[in-house]
Design a protein around this ligand. Structure first.
Ligand code: GUN
Length: 284
Protein backbone atom coordinates (compact mmCIF):
# COMPACT_ATOMS: atom_id res chain seq x y z
CA UNK A 1 0.00 0.00 0.00
CA UNK A 2 1.20 3.51 -0.84
CA UNK A 3 2.06 5.57 2.25
CA UNK A 4 2.80 9.25 2.68
CA UNK A 5 3.03 10.16 -0.99
CA UNK A 6 3.11 13.95 -1.28
CA UNK A 7 0.97 15.27 -4.15
CA UNK A 8 3.04 17.95 -5.89
CA UNK A 9 0.44 20.57 -6.80
CA UNK A 10 3.12 22.96 -7.97
CA UNK A 11 4.36 20.48 -10.58
CA UNK A 12 0.87 19.40 -11.72
CA UNK A 13 -0.18 23.06 -12.05
CA UNK A 14 2.94 23.72 -14.13
CA UNK A 15 1.99 20.90 -16.51
CA UNK A 16 -1.53 22.33 -16.83
CA UNK A 17 -0.13 25.82 -17.53
CA UNK A 18 1.95 24.34 -20.37
CA UNK A 19 -1.19 22.77 -21.86
CA UNK A 20 -3.05 26.07 -21.48
CA UNK A 21 -0.21 28.01 -23.11
CA UNK A 22 -0.69 25.89 -26.24
CA UNK A 23 -4.42 26.61 -26.19
CA UNK A 24 -3.77 30.34 -25.90
CA UNK A 25 -1.34 30.15 -28.84
CA UNK A 26 -3.99 28.35 -30.91
CA UNK A 27 -6.62 30.98 -30.03
CA UNK A 28 -4.20 33.84 -30.67
CA UNK A 29 -3.60 32.48 -34.18
CA UNK A 30 -7.37 32.82 -34.65
CA UNK A 31 -7.09 36.45 -33.44
CA UNK A 32 -8.67 35.65 -30.09
CA UNK A 33 -6.56 36.72 -27.10
CA UNK A 34 -8.08 35.69 -23.77
CA UNK A 35 -8.21 38.60 -21.30
CA UNK A 36 -8.63 38.63 -17.52
CA UNK A 37 -9.30 41.62 -15.26
CA UNK A 38 -8.26 41.22 -11.63
CA UNK A 39 -9.53 43.75 -9.11
CA UNK A 40 -8.05 44.14 -5.65
CA UNK A 41 -9.57 46.58 -3.18
CA UNK A 42 -7.23 47.53 -0.34
CA UNK A 43 -3.77 46.38 0.64
CA UNK A 44 -4.22 43.10 2.49
CA UNK A 45 -0.75 41.47 2.13
CA UNK A 46 -2.09 37.92 1.61
CA UNK A 47 -4.55 39.10 -1.07
CA UNK A 48 -1.75 41.06 -2.78
CA UNK A 49 0.36 37.90 -2.93
CA UNK A 50 -2.51 35.84 -4.40
CA UNK A 51 -3.38 38.50 -6.95
CA UNK A 52 0.23 38.92 -8.05
CA UNK A 53 0.40 35.14 -8.56
CA UNK A 54 -2.71 35.28 -10.76
CA UNK A 55 -1.38 38.12 -12.91
CA UNK A 56 2.04 36.44 -13.26
CA UNK A 57 0.41 33.16 -14.34
CA UNK A 58 -1.58 35.05 -17.03
CA UNK A 59 1.65 36.47 -18.43
CA UNK A 60 3.27 33.04 -18.44
CA UNK A 61 0.54 31.44 -20.58
CA UNK A 62 -0.05 34.50 -22.80
CA UNK A 63 -3.38 35.68 -21.39
CA UNK A 64 -3.87 39.47 -21.50
CA UNK A 65 -4.39 40.76 -17.98
CA UNK A 66 -5.48 44.02 -16.40
CA UNK A 67 -4.66 44.47 -12.73
CA UNK A 68 -6.85 47.07 -11.09
CA UNK A 69 -5.69 48.08 -7.61
CA UNK A 70 -8.20 50.26 -5.77
CA UNK A 71 -7.80 52.04 -2.42
CA UNK A 72 -9.29 50.41 0.70
CA UNK A 73 -11.84 53.23 1.02
CA UNK A 74 -13.32 52.66 -2.48
CA UNK A 75 -17.12 52.86 -2.39
CA UNK A 76 -19.36 50.03 -3.53
CA UNK A 77 -20.81 52.34 -6.17
CA UNK A 78 -17.35 52.98 -7.68
CA UNK A 79 -16.53 49.28 -7.71
CA UNK A 80 -19.86 48.42 -9.36
CA UNK A 81 -19.20 51.08 -12.03
CA UNK A 82 -15.79 49.50 -12.75
CA UNK A 83 -17.39 46.07 -13.08
CA UNK A 84 -20.03 47.50 -15.42
CA UNK A 85 -17.30 48.86 -17.72
CA UNK A 86 -15.45 45.53 -17.70
CA UNK A 87 -18.70 43.66 -18.43
CA UNK A 88 -18.94 45.68 -21.66
CA UNK A 89 -15.21 45.48 -22.56
CA UNK A 90 -14.72 43.04 -25.47
CA UNK A 91 -11.03 42.51 -24.60
CA UNK A 92 -11.99 41.09 -21.19
CA UNK A 93 -13.35 37.54 -20.96
CA UNK A 94 -12.95 37.04 -17.23
CA UNK A 95 -13.50 39.34 -14.23
CA UNK A 96 -12.18 38.45 -10.81
CA UNK A 97 -12.74 40.55 -7.71
CA UNK A 98 -10.41 39.31 -5.00
CA UNK A 99 -12.18 38.46 -1.74
CA UNK A 100 -12.47 39.43 1.06
CA UNK A 101 -13.63 43.00 0.39
CA UNK A 102 -13.52 45.96 2.83
CA UNK A 103 -16.58 46.14 5.05
CA UNK A 104 -18.33 49.02 3.23
CA UNK A 105 -18.73 46.76 0.16
CA UNK A 106 -21.19 43.86 -0.07
CA UNK A 107 -19.50 40.85 -1.68
CA UNK A 108 -22.91 39.46 -2.67
CA UNK A 109 -23.85 42.61 -4.60
CA UNK A 110 -20.42 42.72 -6.25
CA UNK A 111 -20.50 39.07 -7.34
CA UNK A 112 -24.05 39.48 -8.66
CA UNK A 113 -22.94 42.51 -10.74
CA UNK A 114 -20.39 40.50 -12.73
CA UNK A 115 -21.68 39.27 -16.09
CA UNK A 116 -22.23 35.53 -15.38
CA UNK A 117 -20.51 34.76 -18.71
CA UNK A 118 -17.37 36.52 -17.41
CA UNK A 119 -17.57 35.06 -13.90
CA UNK A 120 -14.44 32.91 -14.14
CA UNK A 121 -14.44 32.40 -10.35
CA UNK A 122 -17.79 30.60 -10.69
CA UNK A 123 -19.18 32.55 -7.71
CA UNK A 124 -22.22 34.16 -9.38
CA UNK A 125 -25.55 32.66 -8.21
CA UNK A 126 -26.28 31.73 -11.84
CA UNK A 127 -23.04 29.75 -12.12
CA UNK A 128 -23.53 28.21 -8.67
CA UNK A 129 -27.09 27.23 -9.67
CA UNK A 130 -25.87 25.76 -12.93
CA UNK A 131 -23.37 23.61 -11.05
CA UNK A 132 -26.04 22.52 -8.54
CA UNK A 133 -28.47 21.45 -11.25
CA UNK A 134 -25.87 19.72 -13.41
CA UNK A 135 -25.82 22.26 -16.24
CA UNK A 136 -22.62 23.34 -17.96
CA UNK A 137 -20.97 25.91 -15.64
CA UNK A 138 -17.68 27.61 -14.84
CA UNK A 139 -16.42 25.42 -12.05
CA UNK A 140 -15.11 27.31 -9.02
CA UNK A 141 -11.32 27.25 -9.28
CA UNK A 142 -10.29 25.61 -6.00
CA UNK A 143 -12.82 22.72 -6.19
CA UNK A 144 -11.94 22.15 -9.84
CA UNK A 145 -8.23 22.24 -8.95
CA UNK A 146 -8.79 19.59 -6.27
CA UNK A 147 -10.58 17.35 -8.77
CA UNK A 148 -7.73 17.74 -11.25
CA UNK A 149 -5.14 16.92 -8.55
CA UNK A 150 -6.98 13.70 -7.74
CA UNK A 151 -7.49 12.72 -11.38
CA UNK A 152 -3.94 13.47 -12.46
CA UNK A 153 -2.59 11.52 -9.48
CA UNK A 154 -4.64 8.52 -10.63
CA UNK A 155 -6.96 8.48 -7.62
CA UNK A 156 -10.42 7.20 -8.55
CA UNK A 157 -13.49 8.61 -6.85
CA UNK A 158 -16.06 6.06 -7.99
CA UNK A 159 -17.85 4.65 -4.92
CA UNK A 160 -15.36 6.20 -2.49
CA UNK A 161 -16.41 7.89 0.72
CA UNK A 162 -15.32 11.53 0.56
CA UNK A 163 -15.63 13.63 3.71
CA UNK A 164 -15.50 17.40 3.23
CA UNK A 165 -14.81 19.55 6.29
CA UNK A 166 -15.96 23.12 5.60
CA UNK A 167 -19.15 24.47 3.99
CA UNK A 168 -18.07 27.70 2.30
CA UNK A 169 -19.52 28.83 -1.04
CA UNK A 170 -15.96 29.00 -2.43
CA UNK A 171 -14.78 25.50 -1.49
CA UNK A 172 -16.83 23.23 0.80
CA UNK A 173 -20.21 23.33 -0.95
CA UNK A 174 -19.00 23.21 -4.57
CA UNK A 175 -16.31 20.55 -3.97
CA UNK A 176 -18.97 18.35 -2.34
CA UNK A 177 -21.11 18.63 -5.48
CA UNK A 178 -18.17 17.88 -7.79
CA UNK A 179 -17.12 14.81 -5.79
CA UNK A 180 -20.69 13.54 -5.83
CA UNK A 181 -20.82 14.11 -9.59
CA UNK A 182 -17.77 11.81 -9.84
CA UNK A 183 -19.80 9.12 -8.02
CA UNK A 184 -18.21 9.52 -4.59
CA UNK A 185 -20.45 9.25 -1.53
CA UNK A 186 -20.06 12.59 0.21
CA UNK A 187 -20.36 13.59 3.86
CA UNK A 188 -20.26 17.32 4.65
CA UNK A 189 -18.85 18.37 8.01
CA UNK A 190 -18.08 21.83 9.36
CA UNK A 191 -16.84 23.77 12.37
CA UNK A 192 -19.98 22.86 14.40
CA UNK A 193 -19.98 19.13 13.59
CA UNK A 194 -20.08 17.05 16.78
CA UNK A 195 -17.44 14.34 17.10
CA UNK A 196 -15.65 15.44 13.93
CA UNK A 197 -13.06 12.68 14.11
CA UNK A 198 -15.81 10.00 14.03
CA UNK A 199 -16.87 11.29 10.62
CA UNK A 200 -13.45 12.07 9.20
CA UNK A 201 -12.13 8.62 10.15
CA UNK A 202 -14.66 7.12 7.71
CA UNK A 203 -13.10 9.02 4.82
CA UNK A 204 -11.31 7.38 1.91
CA UNK A 205 -10.78 10.94 0.70
CA UNK A 206 -10.64 13.74 3.25
CA UNK A 207 -10.88 17.38 2.15
CA UNK A 208 -10.01 19.93 4.84
CA UNK A 209 -11.36 23.38 4.00
CA UNK A 210 -12.19 25.11 7.26
CA UNK A 211 -9.44 27.70 7.52
CA UNK A 212 -8.32 26.71 11.01
CA UNK A 213 -4.68 25.86 11.73
CA UNK A 214 -4.16 22.12 12.24
CA UNK A 215 -7.84 21.29 12.86
CA UNK A 216 -7.09 17.86 11.34
CA UNK A 217 -4.61 15.66 13.22
CA UNK A 218 -3.65 11.97 13.17
CA UNK A 219 -6.75 11.07 15.21
CA UNK A 220 -8.98 12.29 12.34
CA UNK A 221 -7.48 10.13 9.60
CA UNK A 222 -8.02 6.50 8.58
CA UNK A 223 -4.94 4.58 7.45
CA UNK A 224 -4.53 4.79 3.70
CA UNK A 225 -6.81 7.84 3.23
CA UNK A 226 -6.11 10.54 0.65
CA UNK A 227 -5.86 13.91 2.43
CA UNK A 228 -6.34 17.20 0.58
CA UNK A 229 -5.53 20.36 2.56
CA UNK A 230 -7.19 23.56 1.38
CA UNK A 231 -6.27 25.62 4.46
CA UNK A 232 -4.14 28.76 4.24
CA UNK A 233 -3.34 29.71 7.80
CA UNK A 234 -0.45 31.07 9.81
CA UNK A 235 1.19 28.80 12.38
CA UNK A 236 1.84 30.28 15.86
CA UNK A 237 5.39 30.92 14.56
CA UNK A 238 3.94 32.89 11.61
CA UNK A 239 4.63 30.31 8.89
CA UNK A 240 2.11 29.53 6.13
CA UNK A 241 0.33 26.32 7.15
CA UNK A 242 -2.78 24.33 6.30
CA UNK A 243 -5.74 22.87 8.17
CA UNK A 244 -3.90 19.53 8.45
CA UNK A 245 -1.04 18.69 10.79
CA UNK A 246 1.07 17.51 7.84
CA UNK A 247 3.84 15.74 9.79
CA UNK A 248 1.42 13.83 12.00
CA UNK A 249 -0.93 12.81 9.19
CA UNK A 250 1.58 12.05 6.45
CA UNK A 251 2.63 8.62 7.76
CA UNK A 252 -1.02 7.50 7.91
CA UNK A 253 -2.26 8.88 4.61
CA UNK A 254 -1.67 7.19 1.26
CA UNK A 255 -1.45 10.63 -0.41
CA UNK A 256 -1.40 14.12 1.07
CA UNK A 257 -1.11 17.67 -0.29
CA UNK A 258 1.35 20.10 1.30
CA UNK A 259 0.73 23.77 2.13
CA UNK A 260 2.11 25.65 0.33
CA UNK A 261 2.56 23.83 -2.98
CA UNK A 262 -0.58 21.68 -2.99
CA UNK A 263 -4.01 23.08 -3.83
CA UNK A 264 -2.97 26.76 -4.15
CA UNK A 265 -1.18 26.59 -7.52
CA UNK A 266 -4.05 24.50 -8.90
CA UNK A 267 -6.58 27.23 -8.08
CA UNK A 268 -4.66 29.64 -10.29
CA UNK A 269 -4.33 27.11 -13.12
CA UNK A 270 -8.10 26.56 -13.15
CA UNK A 271 -8.70 30.33 -13.22
CA UNK A 272 -6.64 30.48 -16.41
CA UNK A 273 -8.58 27.49 -17.76
CA UNK A 274 -11.92 29.26 -17.18
CA UNK A 275 -10.66 32.49 -18.76
CA UNK A 276 -9.57 30.63 -21.89
CA UNK A 277 -12.90 28.82 -22.04
CA UNK A 278 -14.76 32.11 -21.77
CA UNK A 279 -12.72 33.61 -24.63
CA UNK A 280 -13.42 30.54 -26.76
CA UNK A 281 -17.15 30.74 -26.09
CA UNK A 282 -17.36 34.45 -26.80
CA UNK A 283 -15.50 33.97 -30.08
CA UNK A 284 -17.72 31.08 -31.19
N1 GUN B 1 -10.15 34.81 -2.08
C1 GUN B 1 -9.70 33.59 -1.70
N2 GUN B 1 -9.84 32.70 -2.72
C2 GUN B 1 -10.38 33.37 -3.75
C3 GUN B 1 -10.74 33.02 -5.09
O1 GUN B 1 -10.62 31.87 -5.52
N3 GUN B 1 -11.25 34.01 -5.84
C4 GUN B 1 -11.43 35.28 -5.38
N4 GUN B 1 -11.95 36.18 -6.19
N5 GUN B 1 -11.10 35.65 -4.15
C5 GUN B 1 -10.58 34.70 -3.35
Amino acid sequence: MVRGEVIDGKQIAKEIRLELKEEVERLTRLNVRPGLAVILVGEDPASQTYVRGKVRACEEVGIYSEFIQLPAETSEKDLLARIDRLNRDAAIHGILVQLPLPKQISPDRVIAAIDPEKDVDGFHPIQAGRLLTGLDAYLPCTPHGILQLLKRTGISLEGKHAVVVGRSNIVGKPVSLLLQRENATVTMCHSRTKDLSYHTRQADILIAAVGRYHIIGAEHVKEGAVVIDVGMNRSPEGKLAGDVDFEAVRTLASHITPVPGGVGPMTIAMLLHNTIRSAERMAA
